[in-house]
Design a protein. Structure first.
Length: 223
């Protein structure tokens, strides 16, 4: 049963996201990549660095049907509040052990997620979360995309004006009325039998590049 504190925390996250969404001004590049990926008929795996999530909520709410999205999240003490947050957004929470512990329970949950994505739901994954280290991708995202025959879409976001949480991921909560730059990278596919470490390496480079692109787009428009 969800505690009052978790409900309060989850609702607070939701209202923070809605303030950013309703008052923020979004500039988006690479929208054609999203449209091309959606037109393929394959499920999508959205990937971004953990600290960028709050900047992207408004983008998803404006450009995407959140009822199709599965949000991967930890099943620890943070999970209950995050489930409230996901449900308020209209997305499906998917809690599981994200600490990298290899056991049968984790394997079964991962198989369940693969089946959901393969059946047509899209997934949102922050591959360096939930505890870091920052910008170090765990292997699950490549595995899920390969097994579900899904397309990976790298995302980056930048806002100059926001509260930067002093922790490992430098999580950013944009201030109301901020301009938020969102960049979508080229779709990535993971072929059957492809080496997953190579995919992870490529995705790491793509996420760094697309995060830098989001920041560059922001300042280019400023000038």
């Amino acid at each position: 049963m969800t505690s009052f504190r978790d409900k309060l925390s989850g609702n607070a996250l939701y209202w923070l996201s809605q303030i950013a969404r309703r008052s923020g001004r979004y500039q988006v590049s690479g929208l054609e990549y999203l449209q091309t990926a959606q037109a393929s008929g394959k499920p999508l795996v959205f990937a971004t660095w953990h600290g960028m999530t709050m900047m992207l909520v408004g983008f998803f709410a404006n450009q995407y049907d959140l009822s199709k999205l599965v949000l991967l999240m930890p099943d620890d003490w943070r999970g209950e509040a995050l489930q409230v947050f996901a449900n308020k957004l209209g997305a499906a929470p998917f809690p599981m052990d994200l600490k990298g512990e290899a056991n049968m329970a984790t394997a079964r949950r991962l198989a369940t997620l693969v089946r959901q994505v393969k059946a047509g739901q899209d997934a949102y994954i922050t591959p360096d979360g939930p505890e870091g280290p920052a910008y170090v991708i765990k292997p699950g995202v490549a595995y899920i995309a390969q097994k579900a025959k899904a397309i990976i879409l790298p995302l980056g976001a930048y806002a100059r004006h926001g509260y930067r949480v002093n922790r490992w991921d430098r999580y950013i909560v944009p201030y109301p009325f901020s301009r938020i730059s969102v960049a979508i990278g080229e779709p990535m596919t993971v072929e059957k039998g492809e080496e997953l470490t190579a995919v992870t390496h490529t995705l790491t480079n793509q996420l760094h590049r697309i995060a830098a692109q989001a920041a560059a787009n922001y300042y280019e428009q400023t000038l």
